[in-house]
Design a binder for this molecule. Structure first.
Ligand SMILES: Cc1ncc(COP(=O)(O)O)c(C=O)c1O
Length: 464
């Protein structure tokens, strides 16, 4: 065998907990099947098949493009040439304009389409934001929630000189006093604070939406210390709050302080990888010049993806039109069809947890998310340790797939408290394989199986 190619500067990066679980799923599934057990999904945060059938999306795109061409074959060809040709790094202006109008209307702020930069999903937005701060070679600090999204951890730690300063979450959001202290500490440690990264609505994995009061405090802390905020927003439309009670997006509260990462993955479909970074904020460079972040993002984009797929962006534009090919004023009616399903799943999960485990509030608690796909379940008495072996046991013995929380904590949080997250698991209610009544039955069965498992582990009498 030939010797391996020497690559002493390369390093193997740790694999995120959600990926580890996804990788183990095939084996666990086979084991469960061999035992004649049904596998219950409370792990994956995937869109539900009932509300992510691509047929309508593709049909709408076709109709919209024909509408734009007006039935003229030459116009159709010219349009297709733009959709399958080289484009601008900013992508087609029509898609950005339509997005700016609809999203701005829905969340109550004015969006300048010239400050909207297409990204490859929210993931691409995260990557570009991190990359932007890495070029200097300086040590970088990220202010993050404890727990935070593993996608941010995975991306940020690709840079050797990155570190995390995390801020514990409670049911309203991060602690603003600790946030201020962490920013100060990072700077005292000689780090450049890149930004505070968060997910304000339907926090993944925190299973909460931040309260309005907490949002105001966060903005005050970050503005007061000159720290940029990156608001990752996959679940803004997957909201279970009445319109009048929905808290405001940080970017709507202060577009000059926040880069907002919209993604169409949950309100539309994840495959086309449509994301839009709303970047109206400006930053001051070392030499004192003030530049729009949008310009820096464009440099990132032109060096990484060069340009987004114009067909994908214009297909999303089609989605922003109704059946009459009139641009929608709002995506909330589209969201309502999705939240009807996710809301029902959420209700089944929360009702089931109450039914099966609500008699022991001293032992168990769980978050009631205002948006998104997740609830965090806490074993309050420290009797179980929710490590990898525990979640594997939940699968192997009870057929219930969940995600342990410990992997969602950045390294500083785990150094501060080696047991952090080891009394919690993340329960997802977004996904099942069946649709309609089969979906309802599957989610009911999943929460019943989880309830039975926990009661059995704790030696509590079963509840039917
Ligand atoms: C908080 C958060 N950010 C980003 C993503 C990934 O989004 P995208 O598909 O747009 O890359 C997810 C998806 O699960 C998420 O929960």
């Amino acid at each position: 065998m030939r010797p391996a190619i020497p690559a002493p500067t390369l390093r193997q990066q740790p694999v995120s907990v959600t990926r580890q679980m996804a990788a183990a799923l095939g084996r666990l599934q086979a084991e469960a099947k061999a035992k004649g057990m049904t596998l219950h999904h409370l792990g994956a945060g995937y869109p539900h098949p009932e509300v992510s059938d691509p047929s309508d999306y593709i049909g709408q795109k076709r109709r919209y493009l024909s509408h734009l061409a007006g039935g003229d074959p030459a116009a159709q060809r010219a349009l297709m040439t733009t959709l399958y040709g080289y484009t601008d790094t900013m992508g087609p202006v029509q898609a950005r304009q339509a997005f700016a109008r609809v999203y701005g209307h829905d969340f109550g702020f004015t969006i300048d389409p010239d400050c909207v930069v297409p990204t490859v999903g929210a993931t691409g937005g995260i990557a570009m934001m991190c990359s932007m701060f890495e070029h200097s070679g300086d040590p970088i600090a990220y202010i993050v929630d404890a727990p935070t999204y593993t996608g941010l951890i995975s991306r940020a730690q690709l840079y050797e000189r990155a570190s995390f300063y995390s801020v514990p979450l409670d049911l309203e959001g991060p602690d603003p006093v600790v946030m201020g202290q962490q920013i100060d500490q990072a700077r005292a440690d000689g780090k450049v604070v890149a930004f505070y990264y968060t997910v304000t609505d339907g926090h993944n994995p925190g299973g909460i939406s931040f309260s309005q009061a907490r949002r105001e405090q966060i903005l005050e802390v970050c503005r007061g210390r000159g720290v940029l905020i990156v608001e990752d927003a996959p679940y803004t439309y997957i909201s279970f709050e009445a319109a009048e009670h929905r808290p405001r997006l940080l970017v709507a509260m202060d577009p000059d302080a926040v880069v907002h990462l919209f993604t169409a993955s949950k309100i539309g479909l994840p495959g086309p990888r449509v994301g839009m970074a709303i970047a109206q904020a400006k930053v001051q460079l070392a030499d004192g010049t003030v530049v729009p972040i949008k310009n820096l993002l464009l440099t990132e984009a032109s060096g990484s993806m060069l340009f987004h797929n114009p067909e994908a962006l214009r297909s999303f534009e089609a989605y922003l039109n109704d059946d009459e090919m009139v641009e929608r004023t709002s995506l909330w009616p589209v969201a309502a069809a999705k939240t009807a399903v996710y809301g029902e799943n959420r209700r089944i999960l929360l009702d089931g947890l109450e039914r099966y485990l609500g008699d022991h509030p001293e032992l168990f608690s769980w978050t009631k998310p205002g948006a998104g796909f997740f609830s965090v379940f806490t074993f309050r008495d420290g009797r179980v340790r929710t490590d990898a072996a525990f979640v594997e046991r939940l699968v192997a013995e009870y057929g219930v797939v969940t995600i342990p929380m410990f992997g969602f904590y950045s390294v500083d949080a785990r150094e501060r408290d080696p047991d952090v997250g080891l009394n919690q698991i993340r329960l997802s209610f977004s996904y099942s394989t069946g649709v309609g009544p089969a979906r309802v039955a599957e989610i009911e069965a999943a929460v019943a199986a989880f309830g039975r498992a926990v009661r059995d582990i704790y030696g509590l009498p079963p509840i039917d």
